[in-house]
Write a new protein. Sequence first.
Lengths: 193, 607
Amino acid sequence: MTTTTTSFPFPPTYNFPPFFTPQPNTNTRLSQLEKWSSLIQAWCRHHRQYRLSLVDAIDSPLFHNTALRKRLDLAAARDVLDWMAKSEEEGGGGRRAEWLDANAGGNAAPKSVAYIWWRRPEEWADVVADWVENTGQRGSVLTVYELVQGEATVSQDFHGMDNDVMMKTLNILVKRGKIQIFGNEGEEGVKFF
Amino acid sequence: MFFKSLDLTTALRPLLLPDETLLFVQDAVGLYEGKYKIPNYQNGHAYLTSHRVCYVATEDPRKYCVGIDLKEIDRAEYQVGSSRSGARFLTSSPKVTIYPKPQNSKTDKSRSTTSSPAISQQSTLHPLPHTGPSKSPSPKPINATWICPICTFSNPVPSNFDPATATATTNLPPCLACGIKPPFTTVLKAAITAAASRDPPLPGASSLAPEENTPTGKERRGSNTAGSVSCPRCTFVNHPSLIECEICGAPLMPKGAASLLDSGGNRADSPAPFFQQARLVNTEVSESIKLSFRDGGEKTFHERLKDALVQRKWLLQNAPPVPPPAQVTSSPGAPAAILESPQPAAPRVSAVGIAGLEQRGLEARMNNQLVIGNAFEDLEALMASAKQIVALAETLARESGMATNEGSAETKAVLSESVAALGMVTTKDMLSSGSETLYLSELSRNLAEYLTDDRQGILQREGGIMSLIDLWAVFNRSRNGVELVSPSEFQRAAQLWEKLKLPVRLRRFKSGLLVVQRYDWSDDKTVRQLQEWMEELRRIPPEEPVPWDWLIFGRAVTAQETAQRFKWSVGVATEELEMAEDRGVLCREEGIEGLRFWGNYIVIPSD
């Protein structure tokens, strides 16, 4: 994980001690969750992070304000991500997070890693489609590796994207009928229409 | 006897004078003048105190409240209520009739203030129309004088002397100066003269009266302006502070009373029923008034009233203190005292130095011993010296308080001072046993007074808010261990505040904590106070450098700090902070230092 914490501009609320205490007042709590959500998204965008492992992040400056000696503990952080994962209709934060292991009975503890959708897959799909359109690559064929790591996409936001996230994005484009995916797993190629 | 105006406390009860104690309270009482109901005075509380009988109406109590001094009451009679089954309109509530003392000086007073005998006659008119200007001799006592033919001393005509029925065989008292019995005709003439000066002058009597009546009236008018009072009988101009003539001993009329009677004279023109005006204050009662007890309590009222009339507490105001240790000598139980204490009559031995101090201490102790001993000899004596005993108890409590615990000295002082308010305390004993609701409502008023009493400032000292439990404790302690109030009754009484529209209110916090507040106190006020404080904290730099931007966030406060600042108790402060948090004004921070509260910066959109 690349840490460029010094350059990340924390919002002023980050230095407000009660920010780290779950608020009992409903309205205050809502504002608190919104602020946490935008902080986590900004943090991940800044660090080009697509998934957040709570166990690792809990000691990072994101959840641990060393100056204030205040931190969001694991349970409280999980509450925040839970809220982010819910849609707005459910009273949540508009699906800005998604648990990788929500129902996993595997070795990892449940709800320990989550995608942070500072751009949701649909939004990513738009970004990729726009890029293809703008660079006149319709009809061309690219591998997924080229899309994520290739020199042509260095300037793009999705350069260096998490492979799984890219696959989710491409799957959405497939559903929209914009692309076709072929090839074996791990060596997929994409054909843009 | 006059209806006097009444000062009411914040809880709409009569404001007691110093040394006055409350004896009895009864609700659902109506007032009668003679046999007529007095409008607007038909449903209220009757308060019997050691000095007065007071009436406070339930509706509009500040307007309709009157008091009558017990010292002007001659006697009180008890009249049993009657009720016939099935005939509700024939029922009558039990009543206590109060008769005023005969005003001996009244004829002189009225005569001297009104120049015309006809008007003066009206001012003493009987209120009932059928008894109007009767030619028959009034059964009321006549204030007349007869002049002894032997020594020319002015003797009063005996009050039971009735010119209509008296005969030569009537027993007449002898002259007060020379002891010679007067001839019957002399007394009869004097009585008729006096009666004539009240009634329209009779042909026979007028020849005797004129030189006495008319000039004095005029002279009286003139002398009033000078400030001194001229005697209605001998026209000697007396000093205004005298109540009896220096020369002839005739009762004089003070100027204040004269003006009262003047208004009384004007008022008498109105026809019966007697009281047409909306308010009774300063109205004179000439016949009797009745208190109608529609809800019981009349027996106790009557008994206590009789007792109070016998005890005459109003005389005690200037009562002499308990006799000095001189009396110890007469007590056989303290032979040591005879030896030790010097005779007070003898010149005091001026002892100096330690011996002197010891001697003084010994004297004080002897005096205390005597006071305590006398007081507990019997209950009557205890009542009589209650004032001193309480004072003594206070000093003892103060001394012991100083010795044991300095910190609570203030509390002790407050507690012992609040003994002074004991007179205002309602006890179950004061009320008829059956009326639980009356007890509660009186207790409720009592509490409200206790809380709002500026002398003690209980609520002020607690920052305008205190928990009900604290109040219960303080209140019961102020009762010095007698007639304690049970918690459930206390709570029920407190819940009545709102209904009785008293200036305090009971409030339940979210957690269930019950607190007592002033009526006009609201959450908004508290929130505003807290917000102002938060603003203040953002302006004042913190004492130590803090990792956050105090210009934006200010500083956290704990419940303890809040309690200290607003002089609340910590429990109340916690509740108020949580109330503000609930309103989104504050937010909390839980940490190793405990729970702290901040101004709610979270809800402010910052980014």
